[in-house]
Ligand binder design. Structure first.
Ligand code: PRT
Ligand code: ZN
Length: 320
């Protein structure tokens, strides 16, 4: 009998076949190469991070063709090749330099314990890795986990947590539906990802410890050459502009001239607010940018100070 061992990086691909990526030395000298340098990014093929990852690239002005059901595609207007993979495989691909960068949850990155650098937190795919116990049970701190059977898909992170707290417990690694493990007698407690908490609730469990707060991050290979790094910087610059724009709103309002000073004192603006005269004598239009965090508070103060006809407009990109 011939046994075929599939390397980790190819697991999850159809029929265990490797993708037909040409691996190239990470430190490639592109000056001797006629083919222009392309950055290779690995993103999730399908699942919770797929939509947001594709959306982010599009918002960065990167045209993607044929993204549906493909293993690989490329952009027409940015030197980027996109590989669609299972999220679990992305840290390994990036460590090996098969992909230069990747988008993956911090939970997966830390669990896989691969060498890659976090370049930017992306603000989506937010969740936490938590320990949860049956609701009927008392919890008196981490010592309550002593000797327990813990079902999880995150054995590495759970093990780290137990070791740090001097807890001896049995880890049962399972790949899905972790939350049902106590109900069917497979484990006493679980360590699983939580976002709204409704899955735990539906399974009669309560969260007692948070091991990790996680969100999607852009990671890069440890050893990019200068040309690759330049492309990463270009992409990160765009990502930051998109993130910043999402976090802010453009605001336009009208005010009688004698109220303008009081109103602009309330508005931060990128430099300072823009003030333009209206056609109607004695009135001005004031334009500024407001952060989402303080938005509603400031709107109330503006109204109280005499602002009228307040318009709020989304910002597409913000270059600072
Ligand atoms: O096929 P592939 O291996 O690529 O995908 P996957 O099935 O392993 O992962 P997927 O698509 O489910 O999740 C991808 C990533 O999304 C995770 O690695 C996290 O970084 C992030 N993420 C954010 C989540 C959640 N929120 C989440 N709630 N991943 C999983 N869940 C699950 C959780 O495991 C539990 O079953 O949702 C359930 C809990 O949700 P609530 O809302 O009921 O608390
Ligand atoms: Zn996965």
């Amino acid at each position: 009998m011939v046994l075929c061992v599939v390397p980790d990086i190819y697991k999850g691909l159809p029929h265990g076949k490797p993708l037909s990526f040409k691996t190239r030395p990470v430190k490639q000298d592109i000056k001797n190469n006629d083919i222009p340098m392309k950055l290779r990014i690995a993103i999730q093929k399908s699942g919770r991070l797929y939509e947001d990852s594709v959306q982010l690239l599009k918002e960065c002005g990167i045209d993607l063709r044929n993204v549906k059901d493909r293993l690989k595609t490329e952009s027409d207007n940015f030197p980027l090749e996109i590989f669609f993979l299972r999220d679990d495989d992305i840290p390994q691909y990036v460590e090996d330099g098969v992909a230069d960068i990747g988008i993956v949850g911090e939970n997966v990155l830390y669990e896989k314990n691969k060498k890659a650098v976090i370049v930017e937190k992306l603000g989506f795919g937010k969740c936490r890795l938590s320990v949860a116990i049956p609701r009927s049970q008392q919890y008196e701190g981490v010592q309550s986990l002593q000797g327990k059977r813990i079902a999880t898909s995150y054995p590495y992170l759970v093990n780290e947590f137990l070791a740090k707290n001097n807890i001896q417990a049995e880890i049962h690694e399972i790949s899905g539906s972790v939350e049902i493990a106590p109900g069917i007698g497979l484990a006493d407690v679980v360590a699983d990802l939580v976002s709204s908490g409704s899955t735990l609730l539906m399974n009669g469990l309560k969260e007692v410890e948070t091991l990790l707060q996680s969100q999607a991050v852009l990671i890069r290979n440890n050893d990019l050459n200068a040309e690759q790094q330049k492309l990463v910087d270009k992409l990160v610059f765009r990502i930051r502009s998109v993130k910043k724009a999402k976090h802010n709103k453009y605001i336009l309002l009208n005010a009688p001239n004698d109220k303008v000073q009081e109103i602009i004192a309330l508005l931060p603006g990128m430099k300072s607010p823009t003030v333009l005269p209206l056609a109607e004598q004695g009135w001005s239009s004031v334009h500024s940018v407001l952060s989402e965090d303080t938005f509603w508070d400031i709107i109330e103060q503006l109204k109280a100070a005499g602002a009228q006809g307040i318009l709020v407009v989304p910002i597409e990109k913000m270059i600072i």
